[in-house]
Write a protein that binds this ligand. Sequence first.
Ligand SMILES: Cc1cc2nc3c(=O)[nH]c(=O)nc-3n(C[C@H](O)[C@H](O)[C@H](O)COP(=O)(O)O)c2cc1C
Length: 334
Amino acid sequence: MLLQSGGSSDPFASAVRTTRMPMVITDPKRDDNPIVFCNDAFTHLTGYARDEILGRNCRFLQGPATRDEDVARVRHAIGRRESVQVDLLNHRKDGSTFWNALLISPVFDGDELTYFFASQLDVSDRKRAEEHRFLLNRELDHRVKNTLATVQTVVLQTLRDASVPRTVADAVSGRIRALARSHDLLTVEAWASADLADVVEGALEPLRPRVGARIGVEGPRLRIKPRIATMLSLAVHELGSNAERYGSLSNPTGTVRVGWAIGEGRLRFEWRESGGPRVAEPAKRGYGTRIVERVLAAEFDGEAELRFPPDGLVFRLDAPADGIDEEATAWTAP
Ligand SMILES: Cc1cc2nc3c(=O)[nH]c(=O)nc-3n(C[C@H](O)[C@H](O)[C@H](O)COP(=O)(O)O)c2cc1C
């Protein structure tokens, strides 16, 4: 049979037979695409003897713990005669399970599909480590969240006892809440990166019930790093609460437009207010303004500018787009 009878002088057949990587070949011209070759590594991995394997479809490795959607992906690719790579849970002969990093490729002779070739790698250790890291992160996220809630209570209580003006207490509490929200967002994304639109929407959320219809947000999907997400969330929170207190959202009709675009390797982010009371340059810049201008510019490694033309405050950020996401720049949601 195939490879077994290939003669010991064929280096490729010999390599496939003796490699430590489990491999099988199936014959799609036969009924139910049965296995026509498996190497020793495959018998070791699965615990089945060769005569229990040959002639069967590979699905005999699946069991109650195998996820339907993983199998569906394989079925779909095979139906289209395409390569596919899937991690799926398989069962050994003794019933124990292992994570199988399965890679299947069709083999063509001209236009004719002759075989499917697959390699199987036991990646259970990696999967276990990933699961462990996931659980640890979740636990840590819980604790940070609880800590933030405690900080909020302690700070508010302290401010109240010290008879600090209500506006200061509100500002501090709003900032802590903005931090907690960006933390929530990053937790969902496993602290890899966050979507810029989600960060902006999250920071505006407390305003939405009151003035939501007057805030327009528009921009492409874009991943930003966790630290930038946190600072941006704080900045948008500051801009929003400022707009509601003094700016375009302080009257019944003013509006805010938040937008961003990527072009020529740069990200341009803008917050533009209009229709509010006449604006005057503030006499002194507070903490909120500092976050918006300086910290954000430094985090994005770009330039940030807060301007106060009479018809409405404008905040602009101009930063190199490559500083935004380590892995990639913009992506479009499917
Ligand atoms: C070459 C080849 C190797 C395969 N290896 C495995 C495997 O190791 N484990 C597994 O669960 N399924 C494997 N499959 C997938 C199943 O054989 C089958 O295609 C899948 O269950 C979807 O088809 P079904 O819905 O008819 O079961 C392999 C398929 C091919 C063609």
